[in-house]
Write a protein that binds this ligand. Structure first.
Ligand SMILES: [Fe+2]
Ligand SMILES: [Fe+2]
Length: 268
């Protein structure tokens, strides 16, 4: 509830949103029935172009809250990503290797790679009839949960180095939401690891059910989180923190906090 109130307080028109949600729901129903046909792709592009990234993100959230399975949003995300690809490239064009935001964006790419693997591995397991300890997928789930947990220095750098600089400039709503999402995701990532490690001790159907829920939630929420940072929060940061010295100070703090196991050397 808190998320919605904040975003609405910050100027999103509720009527427009509700109207668009109706259209989006209709489009998604068609997409799920017919797949991504040329006609629906065209309609989808037009609809998605008519709303802001923040509104789309909210619409997606509302659909999930209304009971839509997050995986059903995939087509919409694909369409949206087609449009936004150019936007992220523009932001990246303004910063160079070693810049705090450059490193965070690079880490996002790698985290998204973990999520794709998590999606795929979960699907393979869901299709299994019985637990087979020789199948690599079961170890892979634990490995992926640990990889996601090892992104902690990334989130710490955001929370303790980047966000405070935004907060002293009065941008406090978005950072509060990002902090809440970090906290929620930390719990879910830990639960995924614990579930992965307990596969031999619980009923296989129960394992599959819990895995499917956790994995879908993490993939959806973390992709959405990264999306909001890449397309909304980081561009805002680059615009509002306009002194080079400020960025050097943030970078110093980031170096002190440290980097993830998977952060490329040249980005540190
Ligand atoms: Fe974050
Ligand atoms: Fe992030």
């Amino acid at each position: 509830m808190e998320k919605k109130r904040f975003i609405l307080d910050n100027g999103i028109n509720r009527e427009v949103k509700e109207d668009k949600i109706k259209e989006l729901t209709e489009l998604l129903r068609n997409l799920n029935e017919k797949g991504l046909t040329d006609d629906l792709k065209k309609k989808g592009l037009k609809l998605v172009r008519s709303i802001s990234p923040l509104e789309l993100s909210m619409a997606e959230q509302s659909l999930v809250e209304e009971g839509m399975d997050p995986s059903e949003l995939r087509h919409l995300c694909e369409i949206h990503m087609l449009i936004l690809k150019g936007e992220l490239e523009k932001l990246q064009g303004k910063i160079s290797e070693g810049h705090v935001l450059h490193t965070l964006i690079k880490e996002h790419e790698l985290i998204l790679g973990f999520l794709d693997k998590l999606d795929l591995t979960t699907k393979n397991i869901i299709n299994m009839e019985a637990y087979d300890k020789n199948r690599e997928e079961f170890k892979e789930i634990v490995k992926l949960a640990n990889s996601l947990l090892s992104a902690e220095p990334h989130h710490k750098r955001e929370e303790d180095a980047l966000f405070p600089e935004l907060e002293i400039r009065g941008i406090t709503g978005p950072t509060r939401i990002m902090r809440l999402e970090h906290e929620d995701l930390r719990k879910k990532k830990r639960s995924l690891r614990d579930l992965g490690e307990s596969v031999e001790n619980i009923d296989f159907n129960e394992y599959k059910e819990k895995l499917s829920k956790l994995s879908n939630d993490i993939c959806f929420e973390l992709r959405d989180h990264i999306y909001k940072e890449n397309y909304i929060l980081y561009p805002t940061a680059l615009e509002s923190i306009d002194d080079k010295n400020n960025w050097s100070n943030i970078k110093e703090k980031c170096d002190k906090i440290g980097y993830c196991d998977f952060t490329p050397e040249e980005c540190k």
